[in-house]
Design a protein around this ligand. Structure first.
Ligand code: IMP
Ligand code: MG
Length: 178
């Protein structure tokens, strides 16, 4: 395997810290959705690892679906332009939807998604995000299930990439530009 370690900076959150938080979020969702069957909507690609871990910490019969949106391309700054690359397969009418996001940076992706999904008439719509960057939100979305607040640096690991690399790291680290 190629050694990309030169781009991996300080570890911000360890595997254990992340897993404990995911368990906690899963327990809260389990309590809040008793008697319901929540539909988890994962935002690809970054959320796929969090989504897989979260799903297995929710002690309810969940449905899952994915959306792919793009706001970045290969750059490390948000352009504010959100493009739907893959839409949902499931009709949201009557569903209790939880948007599962990897990271909230500007919040523009989420702001767009919330409006877009709300317009499809779900019974309820909440947001669950594992990482939230401090002080960068241009659009303020109420996030009911929050993981960690992190400094506003570019980060990699736990599903998050830099030009498609490092998604498989089990921890969250700062990205070091060469
Ligand atoms: P926002 O629209 O600015 O909130 O950007 C959200 C999306 O950009 C996230 O869902 C990620 O896919 C990506 N993103 C934002 N910050 C980072 C980062 O530090 N590392 C990797 N991807 C990021
Ligand atoms: Mg994303």
């Amino acid at each position: 395997m190629t050694d990309h370690s030169s781009n991996i900076g300080n570890v911000l959150l360890t595997e254990e810290q992340i897993q404990n938080k995911v368990k906690e979020l899963g327990q809260r969702i389990t309590q809040d959705y008793q008697g319901k069957r929540p539909l988890l909507v994962g935002v690809l690609k970054g959320a796929f690892i969090f989504m897989a871990d979260l799903l297995r910490e929710i002690d309810l019969d969940c449905e899952v679906d994915f959306m792919a949106v793009s706001s970045y391309g290969a750059a490390t700054r948000s352009s504010g332009v959100v493009r739907i690359i893959k839409d949902l397969d499931i009709d949201l009418q009557g569903k209790d939807v939880i948007i599962v996001e990897d990271i909230i940076d500007s919040g523009l992706t989420l702001s767009y998604l919330r409006k877009n999904l709300q317009a499809r008439n779900p019974d309820s719509l909440e947001i669950c995000a594992i990482f939230i960057k401090e002080g960068l939100q241009k659009a303020n979305e109420p996030v009911k299930y929050e993981g960690f607040h992190i400094p506003p640096d570019f980060v990699i690991g736990y599903g998050l990439d830099a030009a498609e690399k490092y998604r498989g790291l089990k921890y969250l680290a700062q990205y070091v530009q060469e």
